[in-house]
Design a protein around this ligand. Structure first.
Ligand SMILES: [Zn+2]
Length: 229
């Protein structure tokens, strides 16, 4: 939540269920959610490596599914996330924020869903008329923002202050009311939203965004796939 670049950490095993679902007292593994897939990696204890094949959030706790039994409550462990996978997802994620903002600014198209992937990522949006040429232009505009090398700001705001920010309300309103502080991801000049995902520090890290395909998914629903390289 505070440092998307933390690749390795020390922790203690807090609980183990069915010999494979492991909760740590702290973790850098991102659990599947918000359209961003989980991290993979390893948990190391007494020089034994346990592959983490899935991480999910259950009852507010991040559970790591490991590939073999052996971890015990109280074990001191080192966690290492698969950085190649995670960093690609970070680049994809920050790219999604820029593309979503352009779709809204240029066409008043609202993002209705998204799913990041390592090969390609998906954005669903509402738009009356789908013009592939226009979508390509939006991607070109997104690449202009990437090239501006803007620092991405991540900070926390009390819920009531966050809700006053124009454009953030729609997203923040669906957050559970018990959340008193919202994590804000701001790309100054283009986008600000409440978000729990991992992001790059500077838009230049995204590289080049390419449009993969565009699809019609019914009356108002459009879908695009993009990638970064
Ligand atoms: Zn996001």
């Amino acid at each position: 939540m505070n440092d998307s670049y933390l690749k390795e950490f020390e922790a203690n095993v807090a609980s183990v269920n069915d010999d494979k679902y492991v909760v740590l007292d702290k973790t850098a593994f991102y659990p599947s959610g918000g359209g961003q897939p989980h991290d993979t990696g390893v948990i190391i204890s007494n020089s034994s490596e346990y592959s983490v094949v899935y991480a999910g959030k259950f009852d507010g706790k991040i559970s790591h599914e490991v590939a073999k039994p052996g971890l015990k409550v109280g074990d001191k462990v080192t966690g290492k996330i698969d950085w190649d996978r995670r960093y690609r997802l970070m680049r994809m994620h920050t790219a999604a924020h820029i593309i979503d903002a352009i779709l809204y600014n240029e066409a008043k198209a609202l993002c209705t869903g998204n799913q990041l992937g390592t090969d390609k990522s998906r954005i669903d949006f509402s738009l009356d008329v789908l013009d592939r040429h226009k979508i390509q232009q939006y991607i070109d505009m997104a690449n202009e923002w990437v090239k501006k090398a803007i620092d991405v700001k991540i900070y926390f705001l009390p819920r009531e202050d966050a809700l006053k920010i124009p454009g953030i309300v729609k997203l923040a309103a669906v957050m559970p009311p018990e959340v008193s502080e919202l994590r804000i991801v701001e790309i100054p000049g283009i986008d600000i939203q409440a978000d729990g995902g991992t992001q790059v520090k500077n838009t230049s890290e995204i590289g080049k965004i390419s449009l993969v395909s565009v699809e019609n998914k019914g009356k108002n629903n459009r879908r695009m796939y993009y990638t970064v390289d």
